[in-house]
Design a protein around this ligand. Structure first.
Ligand code: BG6
Length: 478
């Protein structure tokens, strides 16, 4: 279904994110027939280009980064026709009048700030002072949204001077992932799971986002963030909220975001025995984290594991284990709900212990598996065995699986539609920092050193120990 006609301006339109994600994503929506005939995309950046050069840059980006082969050269050409370029100075006066000239009346206006957060306030201010943005205009901002509570508050305040909260779309691309949304469908579209979704039946929950890439190439940025700021404060926190929140009364932006906020606010502080930080070591051919970061004494973590507790009636007593890291054994993201053992085994001790596990795979091979216990087939008596009830989206959807949209594509279309459900509200981001800040301060104050871990392993031994201590085990990263 095509969205309403729009003019989308991408500040930082020649930058890395625009080339890798935003523009190829828009191109795929164009191919899918979702962009109205007259919709336009305007690249805005400091560098001197004309529209032809910008189109060439986008053509190259599509060829390099568009994974799906659904379009031919003719379609690329038609897409490029929609593109314009304007040179603007975010901190000066150049280009703003020209941009105003380009914007049409009576269409949706959206402004994507794909630039450093230090420019958010300047751009927001100019969009208003030059009369470029109207009351229904939308702005889209990217992470990192601050590096602590104070800086996030300042960014929120800078944007709030010029735009209403209903106009601000803070992207966390994890919320645009198909399986992440499916998590809500599974929880709230079925009667099966919700009655069991609490500390009475759930032993614990594991959220893992493992990557095989290192930080080479973006070491400088990463070393100032670390896994906590880069991944936990935003992506893992969002996953935690969706898995733990109460059912919202409606699937609408504020109903959903109110419930997520309550989860963040109910998170207990984490003491240092419940945090393990790590740094990957060098291999025979690849540099160590510290070499990638360009600082031989860096204490930034490329891996983190945490044990979190949520203080509310539903979850009191159920730990949530979060873990994410670079250069781990496999690229895999999953949420696993580990249920308790059945209260009594009628089959006796020899049948062993069996507990159900619901695992939701975000990537790759998006899908869900429910581990259930059955009788081992055959005449060998009442032996129990665990088998997976497996649902792979690719198989379940058949040819339609190709239709699984990339997170950015979906989110940008939601901006045009004016749907904020999958975007973070200002108070959510602040609450997440309010929980994160004391943890970071505490390890900085203690002078905590990250533990070394072998590249392409499961992370530092200490992370495994954290669960062993209480008779639990991480799921294998594979
Ligand atoms: C980004 C982080 O937000 O998410 C990166 O800055 C990380 O460090 C990336 O690699 C992971 O995203 P995805 O979609 O590949 O899981």
């Amino acid at each position: 279904i095509p969205v309403d006609d729009f003019d989308l301006v991408i500040f930082g339109g020649t930058g890395d994110l625009a080339r890798r994600k935003i523009l190829p994503g828009l191109y795929r929506r164009f191919c899918a027939g979702q962009m109205p005939e007259t919709a336009r995309i305007i690249g805005a950046a400091r560098s001197e280009h004309d529209t032809e050069e910008f189109r060439q840059l986008v053509r190259d980006a599509i060829r390099e980064f568009s994974t799906k082969n659904t379009c031919d050269e003719g379609q690329i050409g038609a897409f490029l026709e929609r593109l314009d370029y304007v040179q603007v100075d975010a901190r000066g006066s150049d280009g703003w009048d020209a941009l105003k000239e380009m914007m049409r009346d009576g269409v949706v206006k959206a402004y994507y700030f794909s630039v450093a957060p230090s420019l958010f306030g300047d751009i927001a201010e100019r969009l208003q002072s030059y009369g470029i943005a109207d009351e229904s205009a939308r702005i889209v901002v990217e992470k990192p949204f601050g590096r602590d509570l104070d800086s996030a508050k300042k960014l929120n305040a800078d944007l709030a001077k010029h735009f209403d909260e209903t106009q601000i779309y803070r992207i966390d691309h994890y919320l645009g992932k198909e399986t992440v949304q499916n998590l809500m469908a599974v929880r709230f579209g079925n009667i099966l799971f919700e009655p069991l979704w609490n500390s009475q039946y759930v032993d614990h929950i594991q959220i893992t986002v493992a990557e095989t890439v290192g930080v080479g190439g973006r070491g400088e940025y990463y070393d100032r963030s670390g896994a906590m700021r880069d991944m936990v404060q935003n992506h893992l926190m969002q996953l935690l909220c969706l898995i733990a929140m109460e059912p919202p009364s409606r699937f609408d932006p504020d109903a959903v975001r109110d419930e997520k906020l309550k989860v963040i606010r109910a998170l207990e502080p984490v003491d240092h025995h419940s945090i393990v930080r790590g740094q990957y070591e060098a291999t025979a051919t690849e540099p160590s984290y510290r070499e990638d970061a360009g600082d031989p004494r860096s204490t930034t973590e490329s891996f983190i594991a945490l044990r979190c507790m949520i203080s509310n009636w539903r979850w009191a007593g159920t730990p949530f284990f979060l873990r994410t890291g670079k250069k781990l054994k496999a690229r895999t993201s999953e949420i696993a709900v580990m249920f308790k053992d059945a209260p009594h085994s009628i089959f006796g001790e020899e049948a062993g212990r069996h507990a159900n596990v619901l695992s939701i795979r975000l990537q790759p091979n998006e899908g869900m598996t429910l581990k259930v216990t059955i009788k081992e087939p055959g005449p060998g008596g009442m032996r129990l065995v665990d088998v997976p009830l497996d649902m792979s989206f690719a198989e379940a959807l058949g040819d339609d699986a190709e239709e699984i949209t990339d997170a950015y594509e979906r989110l940008i279309m939601d901006v045009i539609r004016g749907n904020q459900t999958l975007f973070m509200r200002g108070d959510e981001v602040e609450a997440a920092w309010a929980w994160t800040d004391p943890l970071i301060e505490s390890w900085e104050k203690r002078g905590d050193m990250p533990k070394a871990y072998e590249a392409y392993s499961s992370g530092p031994e200490e992370a495994a120990m954290m669960l062993h201590r209480e008779g639990r085990r991480w799921r294998e990263i594979k």
